[in-house]
Write a protein that binds this ligand. Structure first.
Ligand SMILES: Nc1nc(=O)c2c([nH]1)NC[C@@H]1CN(c3ccc(C(=O)N[C@@H](CCC(=O)O)C(=O)O)cc3)CN21
Ligand SMILES: O=c1ccn([C@H]2C[C@H](O)[C@@H](COP(=O)(O)O)O2)c(=O)[nH]1
Length: 338
């Protein structure tokens, strides 16, 4: 996908060196935005292999979001991608599905006079077994799309400020808005923080899939997926390897500016691998720059297509989703900064 390669190039070319809480440094750019026409096919990256186990992880991650579960006891049977952030019992402090499907509604005694809140029998409110009330944002979107497609309030929000202030890992893709134009359903995602090599390819695949699912449930054609990434970063390694970029970012950026054809990216990678100190034992592939330069050197292939069975969001499983005509370049491995 051309837009992804442009995002990689923009972050590396314009970014600044930025250490952060993980101890793995980054090259970070502010407010990157791109749009993808979902009518032109499914935007699964082709410049590295995304089918096989990566596809399986992404699919189960989406099904986990839809499940509304606050734990990963079922998800971790299928993929390890969230294990590092959960405890042994599968409890996870990051609430995506939990907030999409079960956003907490304040108890009656917490309501201020004059405020509007739904009553217990409201169609998007669930009274859970323990008496807590939650709100199903995704069902609200689906029902409202059918009843008032011109609504400008089709927002799903995974951000709860008080929770986010103390959570170990507050949601990265925290708010999305659907918008109808003609017969097309568009989706705009705002992401506060994006790991360009590992997280963003999954985020693109997940939201393009979600848009297709919601469009199908409401009788629209999938339209545009628009994505804003506020801190769009490339991890560049730990210790001396990461610090090398602090001193050599300008040299890297002037080489990027001089690129005339794709193959030039491989020359930059060779310069970097020769010049930068090697990654320490145990830190291999935490520097994502070489792998991303390799991706930049590759020509994107034709888009694949996605088939989704007509199944409600409550029942959707990986069996309902089929990827067709996917071809890609070889896989590239990156290590995840925790
Ligand atoms: N640094 C960082 N980057 C992320 O993308 C990220 C986090 N942390 N923390 C929370 C979640 C977990 N996510 C992850 C975690 C791991 C992979 C990962 O290792 N992907 C491999 C495939 C692994 C597999 O499918 O088993 C890849 O090559 O894409 C991807 C997304 C996205 N998020
Ligand atoms: O879906 C996701 C989830 C997480 N990420 C990345 C973005 C950051 O690299 C880390 C989170 O660290 P913070 O310090 O909380 O920003 O995870 C992603 O890209 N996509």
């Amino acid at each position: 996908m051309r837009q992804y390669l442009e995002l990689v190039d923009a972050a590396l070319s314009e970014g600044t060196y930025k250490p952060n809480r993980t101890g793995v440094d980054t090259i970070s750019a502010f407010s990157e935005h791109y749009e993808v026409d979902l009518q032109a096919g499914y935007p699964l990256l082709t410049t590295k292999e995304m089918d096989g186990y990566r596809w399986n992880s992404m699919l189960h991650e989406v099904c986990w979001y839809l499940s509304g579960e606050e734990h990963i006891r079922n998800l971790r049977e299928e993929t390890k991608i969230w294990d590092a952030w959960a405890d042994d019992d599968g409890r996870l402090d990051t609430a995506y599905g939990r907030f999409w499907r079960r956003y907490p509604v304040p108890a009656h005694e917490a309501h201020l006079e004059g405020e509007s809140w739904p009553d217990d029998s409201h169609r998007w409110v669930t009274e859970e077994a323990d008496g807590r009330r939650t709100f199903d944002q995704l069902q609200y979107v689906i029902d409202t799309l059918s009843e008032s497609p011109n609504s400008r309030r089709l927002v799903v929000n995974a951000w709860h400020p008080a929770n986010a202030a103390v959570s170990t890992l507050p949601p990265c893709h925290y708010s999305f808005v659907f918008n109808v134009q003609g017969d097309r359903l568009n989706c705009h995602l705002t992401q506060r923080s994006g790991d360009i090599a590992l997280g963003v390819p999954f985020n693109i695949a997940a939201y393009a899939l979600l848009t297709k699912v919601i469009a199908q449930q409401t009788g629209f054609e999938p339209g545009t997926f628009a994505h804003t990434v506020v801190d769009a970063h490339v991890y560049c390694g730990r210790g001396a390897r990461g610090a090398w970029y602090a001193d050599n970012l300008e040299a890297l950026q002037s080489r990027l500016r001089a690129v005339e054809n794709r193959a030039d990216y491989l020359d930059i990678r060779e310069w970097l691998e020769t010049d930068a100190p090697p990654e320490a034992e145990g830190d291999e592939r935490l520097d994502h720059v070489p792998g991303l330069l390799e991706q930049l050197s590759r020509e994107p292939l034709e888009r694949s297509t996605l088939e989704v069975a007509d199944t409600s969001i409550d029942d959707l499983s990986d069996d309902d989703i089929t990827l067709r005509d996917y071809e890609s370049h070889d896989g590239i491995e990156f290590a995840v900064a925790e």
